[in-house]
Design a protein around this ligand. Structure first.
Ligand code: 5GP
Length: 187
C-alpha cells in the first residue's frame, strides 16, 4: 500500500458489488422511462474527467440499455484563490437538447463543481438530467445539488484516493479506495 494511505475504505470487491447494483438499478429506471417513447434517443452518459474514468467504464458495462458516451473536463479552484470557481476544460461533443443525460461523477464534496455543470447543461434543454456519483461527502456540502444515484456515502470529511481519485494526480489507478493519512491531507 502506498505510504500516504492510512487504510482501505472500499476494496475492489466492495466497489464491484456496488457498481453492479447501481448499473442494474439505473438500467431499470431508464428502461421504464424510455419504454413509452420508441423514438427517444439513447441515454447519453456524461463522464467527468479525469476522476470518473474507472467508475464510468465499470458502471456502463453493468448497464444493459442502449447508451452513448460523452465526456466533460472541468477544473475547480475552491479553497484556494477564488472559492467555487469552476473552469470548463472540455465541453461535450454532442448536442444535448431533448436527450436523457446521466452525469457520472467520482465524488460530490462541496457541490460547487456539480452545481456549475448542472447550470450549464440545464440551459441546453435536455429531456432529463440525472447525476450518479460513486462517493458522496455530505458533511462538506456548501451548495445543495441533486444527486440521484450514490455508490457510497462518506460519513466524515476524510480525503480519499484510488479508483479514479487522485492525490496530486497520482493513485488514480489503485483498484480500491483508501483514506489518506491525516498528515498528508490537504486543508
Ligand atoms: P466539489 O466541487 O464537490 O467540492 O469537488 C468535487 C471534486 O473535488 C471531485 O471531482 C474531486 O476531484 C475533488 N475531491 C473532493 N473530495 C475529494 C477526495 O476526498 N479525494 C479526492 N482525491 N478528490 C476529491
Amino acid at each position: 500500500m502506498p505510504e500516504i494511505i492510512e487504510r482501505v475504505l472500499y476494496s475492489a470487491a466492495d466497489i464491484a458489488r456496488r457498481v453492479a447494483e447501481l448499473g442494474s438499478r439505473i438500467s431499470q429506471d431508464y428502461r421504464e422511462g424510455a419504454g413509452r417513447d420508441p423514438y427517444r434517443r439513447p441515454l447519453l452518459v456524461v463522464g467527468l474527467l479525469k476522476g470518473a474514468l474507472p467508475f464510468m467504464a465499470d458502471l456502463t458495462r453493468a448497464m444493459d440499455i442502449p447508451l452513448e458516451y460523452d465526456f466533460m473536463a472541468v477544473s475547480s479552484y475552491q479553497g484556494r484563490t477564488s472559492p467555487g470557481e469552476v473552469r470548463i476544460l472540455k465541453d461535450l461533443d454532442s448536442p444535448v437538447g431533448a436527450r436523457d443525460l446521466l452525469i457520472v461523477e467520482d465524488i460530490v464534496d462541496t457541490g460547487h463543481t456539480l452545481d456549475h455543470i448542472l447550470r450549464r447543461l440545464r440551459v441546453r434543454d435536455p429531456a432529463s438530467l440525472r447525476v450518479c456519483t460513486l462517493l458522496d461527502k455530505p458533511a462538506r456540502r456548501e451548495v445543495e445539488v441533486p444527486v440521484h444515484y450514490v455508490g457510497f456515502t462518506l460519513r466524515g470529511k476524510e480525503f480519499v484516493v484510488g479508483y479514479g481519485l487522485d492525490y496530486a494526480e497520482l493513485y488514480r489507478n489503485l483498484p480500491y479506495i483508501g483514506i489518506v493519512k491525516p498528515e498528508y491531507q490537504e486543508t
